[in-house]
Design a protein around this ligand. Sequence first.
Ligand code: NAD
Ligand code: UDP
Ligand code: UDP
Length: 339
Amino acid sequence: SSSPSLHLARSPPQPSPIRLSKFASQKMRILVTGGAGFIGSHLVDRLMEAGTNEVIVADNFFSGTKDNLRRWIGHPDFELLRHDVTEPLLVEVDQIYHLACPASPIFYKYNPVKTIKTNVMGTLNMLGLAKRVGARILLTSTSEVYGDPLEHPQKEEYWGNVNPIGVRSCYDEGKRVAETLMFDYHRQHGIEIRIARIFNTYGPRMNIDDGRVVSNFIAQALRGETMTVQAPGSQTRSFCYVSDLVDGLIKLMACDDTGPINLGNPGEFTILELAEAVRELVDSSAKWKVVDNTPDDPRKRKPDITKAKSILKWEPKVALRDGLPLMVEDFRSRLGIHK
Ligand code: NAD
Ligand code: UDP
Ligand code: UDP
């Protein structure tokens, strides 16, 4: 019943009235750099689950892993490129989420020159790409641009207190230059930019040994090791659960504001309070000790999220006491510890 003449009689395919992408695809085509990392892989999950996107990940696997993207490998709407963003990249996309950059102090201090190249040359390349294809680009900047802040909580208008020649500078000054590049491409070339300033984020899939405080404390408590509270322990951080953060990134990409917009959870805890919370949750006999701190450690940090609330209609939903157990579950299964 499928005669050749019937095929010929068929009218040519009509363009769909709803076309999300300007490329051949009906779907929005999205590049996620750093998509094999902690935040990136959760973002990829959300973009893929929407069903209306094609996702390309570019990652050099320095601090991320293919394992984080296991469920999407082989999916027709998904592509994984081993690529270093300090090299030019030619792809055709509608949007770019530019996350590629080591984020934990252990990783970004391991090869500081590479970290600054990633921030500067990597962001330049992604902006060149955005310019060539007319894509909107979102940069994941950081609360570190505020340095050791003299204003508390931190508003987006605050210019920061950053040491330009310290051991953290490759990361925080690197991100500051990345922000500058974003705004110069916006003003000079009309590129559509979005800048998120992300505050400490935690959740499943964090690299177990990346040295950040939440991952360290949970891994130490599970392994029966002493939790390492870096002096003095009264320094504060505000911890955002990763699903909340990803919501914020997607809303920021969709909104009409360039940012920068703070994304974080305003709940503020001292590091000692965090150690206590992990002890209660994992093992009531767990111990902590005070150890030396690293240079230039910010003494306090808490986002002012007024802008995110009004512009994005976004605020975090998951409190630390609800998010920590989800991360502990993930760490238990990855460490194979079931006590
Ligand atoms: P992560 O280390 O898990 O992810 C970063 C990813 O980028 C990794 O997969 C890594 O392999 C990749 N990468 C690094 N250098 C690269 C390069 N030159 N080329 C290609 N890929 C490269 O870290 P994360 O916590 O998921 O952070 C993601 C982004 O969010 C980073 O830009 C980070 O600065 C920002 N951020 C994170 C936090 C946080 O608390 N996690 C806070 C503020 C900002
Ligand atoms: N670039 C890229 N992909 C592209 C277009 C540009 O990686 O699709 C890189 C390009 O190699 C350059 C950078 O982005 O190093 C900045 O590009 P732009 O066109 O803004 O500057 P120019 O090439 O004129 O210096
Ligand atoms: N910290 C700690 N013990 C650790 C790791 C970190 O007490 O094992 C402290 C660190 O001194 C800092 C805070 O926890 O005051 C957050 O450190 P992290 O590296 O997680 O993030 P960032 O400094 O980038 O906010």
